[in-house]
Ligand binder design. Structure first.
Ligand code: MSP
Length: 650
């Protein structure tokens, strides 16, 4: 290649709302492996990752933590960057949606779409899932809940700007038809067609007014840009689109692949290309929707307390082992189960046994029989030809699979060669050859072939295990040219190996002992957490200090519950009719789990009377009641039966 071909790959930008877990690492490691593979092939690669920092979810978490949203995200983003370092992620850029250049470019995008008439003002009334930051129509809800995550949705009514998504229905259909790989793998295309495209696209609400943590619309600053419009734009703003220097954008856009989890494929394959079409910007070549890494009990989530921390795993088993496991265990595109047992078995069988043995047997024999100096002697055998043909076949299959992001199959090919080489040792029996002086040349040729296999295997394993590959190539004493992709197809490219005996790469793990140990550690952690919980909770819950003036803004009143009923289609809500002095009012509260309506009538409680009204499940709620959250499973209202309804609480 005279001028290098470019390859632009992205991960989703992550919500810095909690620490990231092994599922997030899964996506980033996969993108990293592809980026490394393409660099190896000779591409000029741009690999982007980052954080998606705006939105109601983050704003609420920050408030709960008593921090400003920016302060809150800054801390978590620092942790995310550290995690990527530990996982040896080789991203070229890291974008934060709070970066100035991104904010300015998103404002420009919004204005351009508005000027073009593709964004218009209207009123939005519909359902919003805050954890997913997604809008849903009534008919898209499943049992009244978010169809993506199954959680409660909130009825929202706001003046909003809308993007004319419906206008791009036909253009999107044509895009999918002309580019069958645009949505990959094929199953994801089918999901998009069935669930969204065929039922017909509605215009999309693209601004919010009910909270502040977002990018203001320049020409109407009551509004902030919908977080997905903000987030998706990162793929071009990170390259300087719309700025004074857009040279990276000119060089790398359109992206070759956006790698995303299956639940966000619809944003990337419907909203994003429609936005780009509206802006007259070319669309990316491919959106690949991978599956989820699940636990035996289902999805990982903080509330279930079952998240697997990638930092802990890397510390215990090594980064390369974790990277390899993530790439090898589950065919990319499918869901897969993470378990400690599967991880340990994979480390033992592939890394300690197959690869580790091949490395240590080869290096030991090279040292023992030839003082580490190995060159080809020409004393060949038909077994050697077979090994060479297999190596060539593996390289070519591996290349095709990596180009299609089929990591598991690609690395399984590499291990086909590793296993064959181990068998080759058993067949050629170097220890027997060593006993006969006349077989010295043959012995050296056998060891040369094994070193060549290890050299090729190391190059192929680089995208998954960069450190291990570098170590093996170092032990073989291969020069720079011998580490290059160009040499991977030439079995025999190395003139001489100068080997040294390395450390054991992957010590074998005693499965039973290790599982017992992990269980013991888990119990210890749970006991420590239980002990520390009250203190930690108190600390977490401690809000920022306020002044007496801040407190005076609250209008706290005694209210008498005169009627109470269940809110239809909701597991949590009760509708309370209240008398607050002479005034009647209604409050919807999520207390159904703890109280029966009939037990509440006649009781007196404290309410926040000057809270902005909100609609929950069709009930307009005027205020909030005071309750004490004893634990996640227990909540008690603050009763003040001796107090007079309407009187103020100070
Ligand atoms: N912020 C949005 C993405 C915006 S991209 C313009 C978002 N963030 S996320 O942090 O919730 O998720 C980021 C990625 O992690 C998603 O692709 C998601 O599918 C992936 N994963 C989160 N949990 C996962 C598993 N358990 N398994 C595999 N991937 C998972 O969505």
């Amino acid at each position: 290649m005279s001028e290098k071909q470019t390859y632009y790959i992205t991960t989703p930008i992550y919500y810095p709302s909690d620490n990231l877990h092994i599922g997030h690492a899964y996506c980033t490691v996969a993108a990293d492996a592809e980026a490394r593979f393409r660099r190896l092939e000779g591409y000029d690669v741009m690999f982007l990752t980052g954080t998606d920092e705006h939105g109601q979810k983050i704003e609420r978490k920050a408030i709960a933590a008593g921090k400003s949203p920016k302060q809150y995200v800054d801390e978590i983003v620092a942790g995310i960057k550290d995690l990527w370092k530990v996982l040896n992620i080789s991203n070229d850029r890291f974008i934060r949606t709070t970066d100035d250049y991104h904010v300015a470019a998103v404002q420009k995008i919004f204005k351009m779409l508005y000027d073009k008439g593709d964004i218009y003002k209207n009123e939005y009334e519909g359902w919003y899932c805050t954890p997913c930051e997604s809008f849903w129509t009534e008919h898209q809800l499943v049992d009244g809940k978010c169809p993506d995550c199954g959680r409660e949705v909130e009825l929202t009514k706001e003046e909003s700007y809308f993007f004319r998504l419906s206008k791009y229905q036909k253009a999107l259909e044509e895009l999918y038809e002309k580019n069958p790989n645009f949505i990959s793998p094929q199953t994801r295309l089918n999901e998009m067609l069935t669930n969204f495209i065929r039922p017909g696209l509605d215009d999309l609400c693209v601004s919010r007014t009910s909270f502040k943590w977002g990018i203001p619309v320049t020409f109407d600053d009551k509004h902030i840009v919908y977080v997905w419009v903000d987030a998706l734009s990162n793929y071009i703003t990170a390259l300087g689109w719309g700025s004074d220097d857009d040279s990276l954008y000119q060089k790398y856009w359109p992206a070759q692949v956006h790698l995303v989890g299956k639940e966000i494929v619809r944003f990337h394959t419907i909203i994003w290309p429609a936005m780009l079409m509206a802006l007259d910007i070319p669309v990316p070549e491919m959106v690949f929707g991978h599956g989820w890494l699940l636990l035996e009990g289902g999805k990982m989530s903080k509330s279930k307390g079952n998240v697997v921390d990638p930092l802990v795993l890397c510390q215990r088993y090594g980064t390369d082992a974790i990277r390899y496991f993530l790439l090898r265990e589950v065919p990319f595109g499918h869901d897969g189960i993470f378990s400690n047992e599967a991880l340990i078995n994979r480390i033992n069988s592939d890394l300690a046994n197959d690869l580790g043995n091949l490395v240590s047997r080869t290096l030991t024999m090279s040292e023992k029989y030839f003082g580490g100096k190995i060159a080809a002697t020409g004393a060949s055998d038909v077994l050697d030809d077979e090994l060479k043909v297999l190596a060539g076949d593996v390289v070519s299959k591996y290349t095709g699979l990596m180009e299609q992001l089929l990591f598991s199959n690609a690395f399984s090919e590499v291990f086909r060669l590793v296993s064959r080489a181990n068998k080759y040792i058993d067949e050629t029996m170097p220890w027997k050859l060593a006993k006969d002086e006349a077989s010295k040349d043959r012995l050296q040729q056998v060891l040369y072939n094994l070193c060549e296999v290890l050299r090729i295997v190391s190059i192929l394993m680089q995208p998954a295990m960069p450190d291990t590959s570098a170590k093996i190539l170092g032990y073989l004493g291969v020069d720079e040219a011998g580490c290059e992709w160009a040499s991977v197809n030439t079995f025999g490219a190395t003139a001489q190996f100068s080997t040294s005996k390395g450390e054991i790469l992957f010590p074998r793990i005693d499965l039973e002992k290790e599982l017992d140990q992990l269980e013991a550690d888990k119990q210890k952690r749970a006991a420590e957490a239980a002990k520390a919980a009250p203190a930690a909770e108190a600390k977490d819950a401690a809000p920022a200090e306020i002044t007496i003036d801040d407190f005076a803004k609250l209008d706290l009143r005694v209210a008498e519950i005169v009627a109470c009923e269940i809110v239809p289609k909701s597991d949590k809500l009760l509708k309370l009719s209240l008398k607050v002095g002479k005034e009647d009012r209604t409050i919807a509260a999520s207390i159904r789990e703890w109280y029966k309506p009939e037990d509440l009538v006649g009781r007196r409680i404290i309410i926040v009377a000057n809270l902005k009204p909100a609609v929950f499940r069709g009930v307009e709620s005027h205020g909030m009641l005071l309750a004490c959250e004893n634990s996640e499973d227990d909540c008690k209202l603050v009763f003040v039966d001796d107090c007079t309804p309407g009187s103020q609480v100070r």
